[in-house]
Design a protein around this ligand. Structure first.
Ligand SMILES: [Fe+2]
Length: 156
């Protein structure tokens, strides 16, 4: 039988399995090392996601300084999965940065929707008419998600 990659505790099949190390400093070093293979850097990303502490969230935010747009896109994706308010200021900064890669900004917008904090509504509205359709559509989806969540919470 073929062996297939396993799904994570988030239900997603990730592009790389989470690192075995749980040491924040080790994970951080690998993640920030531009000379490491992308596979290993992503293994750190998914481990930091699984740890899901304020500290691990902030290490992921720090990694937006990385040169790889692919990696930065992945960071925004996992910050959405983690649903931690601590990531909001960084995701707002990334969405608002017109020099950032469009797919990274798209993922930051979707992550702001996934986190589910209404604090993100003004910035999502601001970029609803962004010149890049990927960004504007993502803001629209995120706003609809926030709206849908707030309207589907059934009062006791
Ligand atoms: Fe995406």
């Amino acid at each position: 039988m073929n062996r297939r990659p396993e799904s994570s505790e988030y239900g997603s099949v990730d592009p790389a399995p989470a690192s075995e190390s749980s040491k924040l400093e080790t994970l951080r070093e690998i993640l920030l090392d531009e000379n490491q293979k992308m596979f290993q850097r992503m293994r750190s990303v998914f481990k930091l996601r699984n740890i899901r502490s304020t500290e691990s969230c902030l290490v992921l935010c720090e990694a937006f300084d990385s040169q790889s747009a692919l990696l930065r896109h992945e960071l925004a994706y996992v910050l959405g999965q983690m649903q931690m308010d601590e990531a909001i200021p960084t995701l707002v900064r990334i969405l608002s940065d017109s020099s950032e890669h469009v797919m990274v900004r798209h993922e930051a917008a979707e992550a702001l929707g996934a986190i589910g904090n209404v604090e993100a509504i003004p910035v999502l509205k601001k970029y609803l008419n962004d010149e890049h359709i990927e960004v504007s559509e993502s803001c629209e989806v995120a706003l609809d998600l926030l709206d849908w969540v707030s309207n589907s919470s059934v009062p006791q």
